[in-house]
Design a binder for this molecule. Structure first.
Ligand SMILES: [Zn+2]
Length: 458
């Protein structure tokens, strides 16, 4: 019997279709599975979602101290010897040792690598991530020529710290506009991100100088742009509207230096502008009307995430209650609030739920994270316990509620916990209040590096 099972297992593991299914979902390292046999190697490299990402600038695995980022030879040797399918997913992180490698060396190495991608792998690349960590490099960068590519579906452009006047114009040959035009029919995911940058001149001057033009993309499903100050998509985001991006369902928009209120003010007057978008993430919204009005432009919105950082005292949108109020007309199923409340106390937090009237009627999932923490003062206020219980009962109709950041006192938590249990309220309190930025970075990280397993050049 055991022999039969072993035999069946052996046969299954030699069947390409079954093996592909297994390798796609298993945790087994792609590097390891490549070593099992020629068949396993071939299947690992041909999985529908690339399991390995080729990292072009990484320290040597054999001697970790040595930074090989700006030497052309190891990379060129790799290009000659490696299975071409390793180039399905490529990540270029730029120079890892700016102090040791001269500016000329950095620029030459980057150009040489991007030229190689254009020349040797252009037809194969499906996932491409490029990080501009090197300020010197940015003004001179030439984007790879992907005109022969028909496979690229996923692209991330990440800019490190820089000033807006260093961002090169997107026009011309080897400019960003040209590269995007080359992949416009295939791209499904596109992200432009920067941790921070400084706007050197007025947004309209930056916009005019950079000249970013987003081509019409029929297959783009997810677009994240937190650099709208520099890479503008029109004053009411008309360049990425559903008419031009019919497949677009997930949209993340942020401006680093500003709120998005002015943009939203323009958008919310346009009927059905984003009729295809179901999932929207906004950062730094100050005007409640900017959210209440979203229904006109986003009639099919299901999920809304709002991240509020650095709100000043005059902002009307800081606490939970006003957010729930303004979201009520949107008919949302999922609402995520990440709030940097300045001083929140639990009694105020609870009040927020009680003043908003009926909790969003269509809501199934609510996630709230207060990343400056909410301190428990229920024992110090009149009716604290009764109000908390009423608040919990309000949440009973939902399917999932997750609240992070409340630091319950031990005695409060005792009755809260049993009240939740007795009333079968689907709520989870994550008592550990960890900095939301870190968590958020982790989520983004997971998406960005979804092929986390990387192959280094050496
Ligand atoms: Zn280097």
């Amino acid at each position: 019997m055991e022999e039969l099972q072993n035999c069946a297992m052996r046969q299954a593991l030699q069947n390409p279709a079954i093996l592909q299914e297994i390798l796609q979902i298993t945790d087994v390292s792609g590097k390891t599975s490549r070593l099992v046999s020629h068949l396993w190697n071939e299947i690992t490299l041909s999985l529908p979602d690339p399991k390995l990402t080729l990292l072009l600038s990484e320290k040597s695995e054999s001697s970790p101290e040595e930074k090989v980022c700006c030497y052309a030879t190891p990379f060129q040797l790799l290009c000659i010897n490696m299975p071409p399918k390793l180039a399905r997913s490529i990540r270029e992180n730029g120079c890892q040792s700016i102090n040791k490698h001269s500016r000329t060396q950095r620029i030459r190495a980057a150009e040489s690598k991007l030229l190689h991608i254009s020349g040797q792998f252009a037809q194969l690349v499906e996932e491409f991530a490029m990080t501009f960590t090197d300020r010197d490099l940015i003004p001179t960068v030439k984007y790879p020529d992907l005109s022969r590519n028909g496979a690229i579906t996923w692209m991330l452009l990440e800019f490190g710290y820089m000033k807006s006047n260093k961002i090169p114009s997107c026009t011309g040959s080897h400019g960003l506009n040209q590269m995007l035009d080359q992949v416009k029919d295939h791209l499904e995911y596109f992200e432009m991100e920067s941790n921070m940058y400084e706007l050197e001149d007025s947004p309209s001057d930056v916009d005019a100088r950079i000249g970013f033009q987003f081509p019409q993309m029929k297959n783009l499903e997810e677009f994240r742009n937190n650099m709208l100050d520099c890479f503008s998509c029109g004053d009411h985001l008309q360049d990425i509207c559903t008419a031009r991006m019919p497949a677009l369902e997930i949209l993340h928009i942020t401006k680093r230096d500003n709120t998005v209120d002015d943009l939203l003010r323009n958008i919310i007057t346009k009927q059905d502008l984003f009729s295809g978008v179901k999932n929207l993430r906004l950062e730094n919204v100050r005007n409640p009307e900017s959210i209440t009005g979203l229904k006109t432009a986003f009639p099919n919105l299901e999920t809304l995430s709002i991240y509020q950082f650095n709100a000043d005292e005059s902002s009307l949108l800081m606490e939970v209650g006003p957010h729930l109020q303004v979201c009520a007309p949107l008919g949302l199923k999922y609402l995520n609030l990440y709030l940097s409340n300045r001083h929140e106390k639990l009694s105020e937090f609870v009040q927020g739920f009680l003043i908003c009237g009926e909790l969003l009627p269509s809501l199934k999932t609510l996630e709230i994270e207060s990343f400056s923490g909410v301190s428990d003062d229920l024992d110090l206020v009149v009716d604290g316990e009764a109000q908390m219980k009423q608040c919990l009962l309000e949440l009973k109709g939902l399917e999932n509620v997750m609240i992070t950041g409340i630091e319950f006192k031990e005695e409060t938590w005792k009755w809260v916990e049993s009240f939740i249990y007795e009333n079968k309220i689907p709520i989870v309190f994550d008592k550990t209040c960890y900095p939301s930025m870190a968590k958020d970075q982790f989520i983004l990280h997971a998406k960005k590096y979804r092929n986390a397993e990387i192959i280094s050049v050496v």
